[in-house]
Design a protein around this ligand. Structure first.
Ligand SMILES: [Zn+2]
Length: 176
């Protein structure tokens, strides 16, 4: 059941627990392995304008990802769909088109938007854990205006430069 506010604390606890269970201590986070450890299969296929989807059949859950998208985007999509699989029950099939437009959106009070915000928050925390970034000298000292430095971090974490920029911004806000 989804509430009226995104469950940030619970989600960060969940992504931390998944990381510990998988024994992951360094980037890039092996998102495929974490998904499969939950008993969820991943299928990469051509999906047109769909980035990813979750299909439930009884107890079986499958995540589909658009194989024509770049690797960093596929990793983010898989993490986003894992959030829906673990947190948002209800629909048998859920399609995500371009959820990136929601990356910066604020809670509007609509359940579906909150689920999208939660899924993007989950994906960012799973792929760019606070614990890793805070222990990473380059991340701790990065100059956000230094595109090359942000690019190096993005590469190390297997995420897009856009996703890394947003994530570093949220860390800076928390530190400040
Ligand atoms: Zn979604």
């Amino acid at each position: 059941m989804t509430g009226t506010r995104p469950r940030y604390t619970r989600i960060e606890q969940l992504t931390d627990a998944l990381m510990v269970a998988a024994g992951v201590n360094t980037p890039p986070v092996p998102v495929d392995r974490i998904v499969q450890a939950q008993g969820i299969a991943i299928r990469a296929t051509s999906l047109g304008d769909v980035s990813g989807l979750v299909v439930r059949k009884g107890k079986e859950v499958v995540i589909g990802v658009n194989k024509d998208h770049p690797l960093t985007r596929r990793r983010f999509t898989i993490a986003h769909e894992l959030a829906h699989a673990l947190l948002h029950h209800g629909e048998e099939v859920r399609y995500d088109r371009d959820f990136r437009v929601n990356l910066r959106s604020e809670a509007s009070g609509l359940g579906v938007d909150i689920e999208e915000i939660e899924a993007n928050f989950f994906a960012a925390r799973l792929l760019m854990p606070r614990r890793f970034l805070e222990a990473d000298p380059e991340a701790a000292l990065v100059d956000m205006e230094d595109a090359q430095a942000v690019g190096r971090l993005a590469k190390r974490y297997g995420v897009s430069v856009h996703a890394m920029s947003i994530r570093l911004g949220t860390l800076a806000v928390r530190r400040g």
